[in-house]
Write a protein that binds this ligand. Structure first.
Ligand SMILES: Cc1cc2nc3c(=O)[nH]c(=O)nc-3n(C[C@H](O)[C@H](O)[C@H](O)COP(=O)(O)OP(=O)(O)OC[C@H]3O[C@@H](n4cnc5c(N)ncnc54)[C@H](O)[C@@H]3O)c2cc1C
Length: 195
């Protein structure tokens, strides 16, 4: 059985329905922006211009998000997810936005990890592993691995823009994946928070 509609809109005139849905959406967006501003250190971008910038990625699709959140750290992301869960707002995680099938556009809260969450946390040269934040761009990781004679072998064409988080989300592969595997073969683990 289908889930019931969140609002009882069945018997109203379409204009009245539109007004009511828009009002409810704006109210939720307002609460979302206010709570993100009060409870996190991240950037809260809800202007039409900001939402417009994030309404597209490398795909042909366009979809206006409710708003955009640029977290400073993992704690910010956890709090944002709690708020979205509470307000039943969908989330759209985003790295470089180079996906070609509309993965990073949607009518939810876009969470952009690429600005602040892009550190290499640890490189274990002996173990040939690195621990990174999800917004780190692949070329930047490889620049830090090069002095150790190492490189991350999932060589996507968009290595100058693609983030490790986005690569994991897409299970990315590269021209040498026949030899080295794709992301699923090269990620040992991830700290994740369920939405
Ligand atoms: C010209 C061109 C060439 C390309 N060549 C390749 C190629 O060789 N191989 C290949 O695999 N792909 C390729 N792609 C597609 C794309 O560039 C890659 O898949 C890239 O790895 C995506 O990285 P991104 O940071 O841009 O991810 P995004 O597009 O930002 O996100 C990708 C997915 O991951 C999710 N995501 C992002 N960050 C997080 C996070 N922190 N937590 C949870 N989920 C997250 C997003 O919601 C989305 O579903 C190409 C695209 C273009 C335009």
């Amino acid at each position: 059985m289908n889930a019931p509609l969140p609002l009882d809109v069945a018997r109203e005139h379409p204009n009245a329905v539109y007004e009511r849905v828009a009002q409810a959406s704006n109210e939720v967006a307002g609460q979302l922006a206010q709570r993100l501003t009060q409870q996190t250190q991240g950037e809260v971008l809800f202007s039409p211009a900001d939402r417009g910038r994030y309404a597209t990625d490398a795909s042909i699709y366009q979809q206006m998000p409710v708003g955009v959140f640029v977290p400073r750290d993992a704690d910010d992301v956890r709090v944002a997810l709690d708020i979205c869960r509470d307000l039943t707002v969908p989330i759209v995680p985003r790295g470089g936005g180079t996906s070609q099938c509309g993965q990073t556009v949607g009518a939810g809260l876009v969470i952009d990890h690429s600005k602040h969450m892009r550190r290499v946390l640890d490189v274990d040269v002996q173990g040939r592993t690195a621990t990174v934040e999800p917004g780190l761009v692949l070329d930047h990781l490889n620049a830090q691995l090069k002095p150790h004679g190492l490189w991350y072998p999932v060589d996507v064409s968009t290595s100058a823009q693609a983030t490790l988080g986005g690569m994991a989300g897409n299970n990315s592969c590269g021209s040498r994946s026949v030899a080295y595997g794709n992301m699923v073969h090269n990620v040992l683990g991830a700290q994740a928070t369920a939405a």
